[in-house]
Structures are given as structure tokens and as C-alpha cells.
Design a protein around this ligand. Structure first.
Ligand code: ASP
Length: 316
């Protein structure tokens, strides 16, 4: 007979995926029903794309890259097309990806003409001996590897700019990210962003910094962050969550909450993270008013959420 303390273990999901589309001042009064529906539809499309990869036995890295590409191509988000503008009126993009199975990582920063920075990040990881390439060098590398290069004006369209300026300026967020656990038990994380509106001097945020905005390690978790990057760099947020699990033995959700809801709040750093562990637990805490987010698992548990009063975890 089972004692009270023993319970029949729940089957762990065979795969799990979570996404974010940025955190910030996102409230019901600021999103019209039309805009909200638009966001939900693209988040759903991105999530379904990644879930389909995992469902057919694809790798967490493929799921992360494909999911993020959907959001990079959508002007609603501050990544790829639709990225925010620098002080000088340009778009400078950052992205990173990490493979939790071997701690391989790749990232690009300050790129202005690579259509899908997340793919460039993955190519840096798999086809160069480096982790982080920047600016012109990153473009040269991407060209050599046959990635799609666009004129910098691709990221800017007058009409989109006018349509979106209001949203983006208000929210100043919209970074995209994805974390995934595949059927083989491998974790992966990726993040892509245009950075912070009005940034200057080739400012680099947390997104392409491994351990700050992006981190994955099969023995702990995969993390993708969004928020005020300077704080996420100084508090090495993504790695701190992993370290709390590794060294202090905290469960995923406790580790993520400790960092986002306590450490960052105390420091004044706004934003949030999405994380998944090897058991398929998902944690998505944020300390801002809202965060575009969603998850999906092999057991059919799924949802897209925006506001603070909606779910921010899926824990066994
Ligand atoms: N973390 C990004 C950066 O600081 C911005 C964001 O997530 O909104 O570049």
C-alpha cells in the first residue's frame, strides 16, 4: 500500500516547449481586442511550429530556431522585422542559441542585414570555433555560410513603423524567445531581439550574452529572458537560475521566481523569463505588468497568455 507521502509518479511529458514575445507594460487597457487577437494568433503559430517539430521527434534546437524565425519575420515583435530603432534610426539585432546537451552556444550582436539572426547564431555555434560574432564580421560570416542577407531597410517599413511605433514605444519590449525539451531529453534555449529603443553606441543587451539572457544545460534547465538587459547581464539571470538548481537543489519554478520576483525586483530590473527543465516543468515568471508567453507539451497541455492574472507555470 502507498503511504500518504508516496504518490504514483505522473508520467513526464515526452516533450515540452515555451515561448515569449517580450515583457513590459502590457495591460488590458493598452491592448485593443484586435491587437490582442493578432498577438495571440502569431504566438500560437510560433508555438505550433515548434510543437510540431518536437512531436515528430525533431531536436529541441530545431524547435527553438524554427519557432523564433516565425516571430522574427513578424513585425509585431521586437526581433528581425519589426525591431526597435536605435538612437541613430537604425535596427541592430542580437540573438543567441544554446544546446543544453553539450553547452555549445552561438550568438550574434549588432547585426544590421541578416534576415534571421537566430539562424546566424545557430550557424556560429555549429560552423565556427567561436561563440559570439558582432557587426560586420557577423555579416561576412553569414554571407559566407549562405544565410539570407537583406538590405537594412528590410527591417524598416514606413507603414509598419507608423503602425507599430505606438505599441513598441509604449511597451519598449517584444523580444522573442523559446525553450524546449525534446524526446531525447535534450534542452535548448534561444532568444532574438532588436534591443532597447533609442539605444546608442552599439549597445549590447543580455540577449546574446550566454548566461545572461540565454542559457541551456541538460542537467538543470533552459532559459530565455526578456527585459531591461543591463540588469540581466549584471545579475547573470539565466545562469543564476541554472546555478540555483545545480548548487542549491531548488526546483525550476522556485529558482526562476527567486531570481525574477526577488533579486531582480530588489535591483530594479524589470522583465521575465521562460524556462523548462528535463522533466518538462515550465516556469514563466515576470515582474512587469505583462509578458507575451505560451507553452505546449506532448500531453496536450497548452496555452497562450499575456497578462499578470493568467498562468505563468506548468509544474508537476
Ligand atoms: N532584453 C532585451 C535587451 O535588453 C530587451 C527586451 O527584452 O525587451 O536588449
Amino acid at each position: 500500500m502507498l503511504s500518504c507521502r508516496e504518490s504514483i509518479p505522473e508520467k513526464k511529458p515526452e516533450w515540452a516547449i515555451a515561448i515569449h514575445g517580450g515583457a513590459g507594460v502590457i495591460t488590458r487597457s493598452q491592448l485593443t481586442p484586435e491587437k490582442e487577437a493578432l498577438y495571440r494568433a502569431v504566438l500560437q503559430e510560433a508555438l505550433d511550429t515548434g510543437a510540431a517539430v518536437l512531436q515528430r521527434g525533431g531536436s529541441s534546437l530545431d524547435a527553438v530556431e524554427k519557432t523564433i524565425r516565425i516571430m522574427e519575420d513578424c513585425p509585431l515583435f521586437n526581433a528581425g522585422k519589426g525591431a526597435v530603432f536605435t538612437h541613430e534610426g537604425r535596427n541592430e539585432l542580437d540573438a543567441a542559441i544554446m544546446d543544453g546537451s553539450n553547452l555549445a552556444a552561438g550568438a550574434v550582436t549588432c547585426v544590421t542585414d541578416i534576415k534571421n539572426p537566430i539562424t546566424a547564431a545557430r550557424t556560429v555555434m555549429t560552423e565556427s570555433p567561436h561563440v559570439l560574432l558582432s557587426g560586420k564580421g557577423a555579416s561576412e560570416f553569414a554571407k559566407e555560410k549562405g544565410l539570407e542577407i537583406v538590405d537594412p531597410s528590410y527591417f524598416y517599413t514606413e507603414e509598419r513603423y507608423r503602425q507599430l511605433r505606438e505599441i513598441l514605444d509604449k511597451e519598449k519590449h517584444g523580444t522573442v524567445g523559446c525553450v524546449a525539451l525534446d524526446r531525447k531529453g535534450n534542452l535548448a534555449a534561444g532568444t532574438s531581439t532588436g534591443g532597447m529603443t533609442d539605444k546608442r553606441y552599439n549597445r549590447i543587451g543580455d540577449t546574446p550574452i550566454i548566461g545572461a539572457g540565454t542559457y541551456a544545460n541538460n542537467s538543470t534547465c533552459a532559459v530565455s529572458a526578456t527585459g531591461h538587459g543591463e540588469f540581466f547581464i549584471r545579475y547573470t539571470v539565466a545562469h543564476d537560475i541554472s546555478a540555483l538548481m545545480e548548487y542549491r537543489g531548488l526546483p525550476l519554478d522556485s529558482a526562476a521566481r527567486l531570481v525574477v520576483k526577488h533579486k531582480l525586483v530588489k535591483a530594479g530590473g524589470s522583465g521575465g523569463v521562460i524556462c523548462v527543465d528535463g522533466k518538462g516543468n515550465i516556469s514563466m515568471p515576470f515582474n512587469s505588468e505583462g509578458m507575451f508567453r505560451g507553452y505546449s507539451t506532448s500531453e496536450g497541455k497548452k496555452g497562450i497568455f499575456i497578462y499578470a492574472d493568467e498562468p505563468d507555470r506548468l509544474i508537476k
